[in-house]
Design a protein around this ligand. Sequence first.
Ligand code: NAP
Length: 308
Amino acid sequence: MKHYDRVALIGLGLIASSMAHAIRQGGLAGEIIGHARSAETRATALEIGLVDRVYETAAEAVAGADLVVLCVPVGAMAAIAAEIAPHLAPGATVTDVGSVKQAVVEAVAPHMPENVTFIPGHPLAGTEHSGPRSGFATLFVNRWWLITPLEGNDPAAVARLKGFLAAMGANVDEMEVTRHDLVLSVVSHTPHLIAYTMVGVADHLRRVTHDEVIKYSASGFRDFTRIAASDPTMWRDVFLTNKDATLDILGRFTEELFMLQRAIRMGDGEMLFDYFTKTRAIRRSIIEAGQDTAAPDFGRAPPPAERK
Ligand code: NAP
């Protein structure tokens, strides 16, 4: 079912290309227009049929669109918003997919004309891959898509956007902007920082362990490396723009880490056992909520050498 006549995707990476596939599959828009920074990405988007037309500038891409989705790194949002503002169609809805919300609101909202509705958003779905070839239509299926409507947003525009996001398979929820940034710091941003740190530590040790870290990585380290392979630009921008919440959660993390360190030093097995029992229950609740598989090793196929 068609939700919008013309959707303009600004930035054509993992999230935008997944949206393009999902929009096509569901017939959710009359046409899909795209813009990306590099000629290479624009050519790829046309070649693989992500979009019907691409433009060299974001300003040209948004003209006549009734939905504009900003799919660029958070640090690029302000310049794009300033560029597109005079070219937006009256009555258009503008949304974004940035991983941080307060900074995006500050970057985008001041540029938006009165006759346009800006509804910030964030799909809680992704992979460690990036670029126009990395998208797939089912990325958002049964994943949360949080929107953080702003005061004065037209309720009809919000309802229409929600219907469109749900049609891509997402579970849509509303959240207040600063709450979003705190919650995401716990469930996504700080875990990424910890993974980056652990992989950095292992990299330092590699010289001492003569690559044994890589050889025996299936023991848990491998799962950190997947997260730590995520796009450096995107994650640099997340930490630069969600500074307060990240520092708050990192402070709490450090306190817990010191507590566990002390328990290990003191041989307090009871404390460690109780702590790990609690964390195991959290894993179970994630599976019950349908946010991951209960299959051992996340349902991974064994590496080729181990297959019969
Ligand atoms: P991506 O695959 O790295 O793609 C980023 C796209 O933005 C590329 O097409 C890039 O163009 C374009 N771009 C970058 N800087 C630009 C600029 N200054 N002007 C115009 N275009 C520019 O990124 P992504 O993973 O889709 O992430 C996009 C947004 O989604 C980010 O705000 C991120 O926080 C958010 N997000 C990501 C995930 C995730 O897991 N990846 C999950 C949820 C939300 P070129 O290809 O030409 O360089």
